[in-house]
Design a protein around this ligand. Structure first.
Ligand code: MN
Length: 388
């Protein structure tokens, strides 16, 4: 194989995943693409390390930054040599890690402002706490599914506009949220906050993430304790985990924070990632949310998540919240793209608002790699199937 980086999966990327071949045991591999094809390097066959014979990345993630660094170096040599490489199209891909706890934030100023304007048109779009802390909620780890898993339209209580009482039935406002997820490798003890400077000691990498959301169920249930059944039915993540080491060239300054956050959240912590996102609805790009416009930085999210002494576990997943930029075609949810369903957008030559049965949504991500070209992060796909 050559060292070239065809398709954004060159030697400067090397994302990790879990694969099997012909119904065999699951094991750990890194993806590599060159001019001759796409490959998965079988890390267990190549190194004999027992953590790579596991059906999830967790045991490897727990080993920490020094082993991550050594393994990345080794994986690069293996990919370049072509040894222990399985053709990608012969591999079945699985959920890459066992999700411990799942947290979802709300870190985009444009998204939070848009949602405030849509849902509470008569009041300030941002609630008083928003610029002081990264708002978040604890989600449901057990329903995090890998890319390609069909998404069954959820049923529940929903109260439509103008209706006095709720009714039960399939969601009529099924939506997406284009997000980025951060994967924790190294745990932390209960009672000890992780400072924002500890991000690199604990966080292994990122996944693409779609936080499927039933807006009608959500709107009826979310006050006063936040999202519950409107979100917990499914969250999709990419098959591939891109290590933070592959994103070293993608760090950028985020927009200024005003007012200055409390000391545990910075200052000096507002470094974000310049990652481009594309939202495809049935194959057509309907939005291009820019991750560089997020308000709260990844390290601030982690610092806030643990500031009360909550511990981290290997496999914890914390997501950014919907990524939306300031422009109309940078909105990361259909709620925003259709402005609450009141202003349909055009896709596939017709007017659209929320998801219909049979729709397929694909999220794509790319960023500047350390080799000067662009790397392609793992995509997240899901198709809507009718309520059971
Ligand atoms: Mn979300």
């Amino acid at each position: 194989m050559s060292a070239g980086g065809a398709g954004g999966f060159g030697l400067d990327h090397l994302p990790y995943g879990v694969f099997s071949v012909a119904g065999g045991e699951r094991r750990i591999g890194v993806r590599f693409g060159d001019g001759s094809g796409d490959w998965v390097v079988d890390l267990h066959a190549a190194t004999g390390r027992p953590e790579f014979a596991e059906p999830s990345l967790n045991a490897f993630l727990a080993l920490g930054p020094e082993v991550w660094r050594q393994t990345r170096e080794q994986a690069g040599e293996l990919a370049a040599s072509g040894e222990h490489a399985v053709p990608l199209d012969e591999a079945t891909l699985h959920r890459p890690f066992e999700v411990a706890d799942y947290v979802d934030f709300y870190a985009s100023l444009d998204h939070a402002t848009n949602v405030g304007r849509i849902l509470r048109p008569d009041s300030e779009p941002l609630l008083p706490n928003w610029r002081h802390l990264p708002v978040g909620y604890h989600g449901r780890a057990g329903t995090v599914v890998p890319s390609g898993t069909p998404i069954t339209r959820p049923s529940g209580q929903r109260r439509g506009p103008g209706e006095v009482a709720p009714t039960f039935g399939p969601s009529r406002r099924l939506d997406i949220e284009a997000e980025l997820g951060f994967v924790v490798g190294v745990p932390s003890p209960i009672g000890t906050p992780v400072p924002f400077s500890g991000f690199g000691d604990h966080v292994f990498g990122v996944v693409g993430l779609n936080d499927w959301s039933a807006r009608d169920i959500q709107a009826w249930e979310y006050q006063p304790l936040g999202p519950f059944l409107g979100k917990s039915f499914a969250t999709s993540v990419s098959h591939w985990v891109t290590p933070m080491a592959a994103l070293e060239a993608a760090w950028c300054d985020l927009p200024a924070q005003e007012p200055e956050p409390l000391p545990y959240l910075g200052p000096g912590a507002v470094r974000g990632l310049d990652i481009d996102v594309e939202v495809l609805l049935d194959g057509e790009v309907v939005s291009r949310p820019p991750f560089r416009t997020m308000y709260w930085s990844p390290a601030q999210l982690l610092a806030h998540l643990t500031v009360n002494g909550a511990s981290l576990r290997t496999g914890d997943l914390f997501a950014s919240g919907t990524i939306s930029g300031p422009e109309r075609d940078q909105r990361g949810s259909l709620l925003e793209l259709s402005w609450g369903g009141r202003e349909p957008f055009v896709a596939g030559g017709r007017e659209r608002t929320f998801l219909e049965d049979g729709d397929e949504v694909v999220l794509r991500y790319s960023a500047l790699g350390t080799g000067g070209g662009r790397i392609t992060l793992g995509e997240v796909a899901g198709r809507i199937v009718p309520a059971g």
